[in-house]
Design a protein around this ligand. Sequence first.
Ligand code: RIB
Length: 333
Amino acid sequence: MKPTIYDVAREAGVSIATVSKVINNTGRIGEETRKKVMKVMDELNYQPSVVASALTGKSTYTIGLLIPDLANPFFAEIARHVEDFSQQNGYSVVMCSTDYDREKEAKYISLLRQKSVDGIILASRCKNKELLRDLIDNRFPLALIDLHLPEFPLDSVEVDHFQGGYQVTHHLLSLGHRTIGVIAEESRSSQERIHGYKQALEDAGLMFEECNVITTDFTVEGSKNATPKLFALKNRPTAIFACNDLLAIGVIQALRELGMSIPEDVSVAGFDNTILANATNPPLTTVDQPKQEMGRQVVDLLIKNIEGKTGPKQRIILLPEIVVRQSTSAPKG
Ligand code: RIB
């Protein structure tokens, strides 16, 4: 298999960004480091010319898409819409699932540059900020979806997470719930949704209780294991807001194992309005993210960037919309 920029970095004991700077002769690189990298490139017979051609603007009409987890329907639906709108504009899409892993991010980004993609869309996460800085320094076309990184001058499209968290909490409060648990993931979007939850509680004259919010990992299993902790509290919740539909599946599984019925014993709401929301029993109340419009806008922004029609970077924030289904109702009694 042809060596990649990732292999050169590992063998030379430097970052991907350093190798990229040596190839492109940009940035400040010590002579010793430069020699070491060049030596490794020779030893591995690494062909930087492929990367160089990507920087000479030769278009391959291909876009790279990095998403954290292709198995999560939210990301699968985002990928679907990105692919549809890219095809409509004459571009193919290479999809990479990074498992929230910074090394895989780096590996896929260097692979995509090896393949001379014209631009890359990053979805939801970017852990490898150093590599992102290098791509920006090389004026490589980028755009963000479901992600905003204020420290970087990049176009982005996302939903108003705060507004969505507020809407779903307001819905539960309007049904009469007063103790609402939250199952969240370690992410900026969850944090902003929780801010909306807090604001809705405050607007209803209710105190926010830290113990009512449990943060877990990104998995159904993590959510299922976290949910019972909410029922060990003195004030047990009569409703649970899961910060995305995948976590809501874990909540539902946990409630079933606790012998509780939904929504009679506990109401459950999610966020994303993915295909899961209509597949649960009962169908899930959730917050719709306008995934198709997000896909259209991020492809439009990236292609403008690829074609050099760049202006001021745009931060597009779209409105979420609550979708009420049978998983939420007034609390018993
Ligand atoms: O389901 C994945 C979640 O992570 C979505 O809500 C998306 O917004 C991202 O934050």
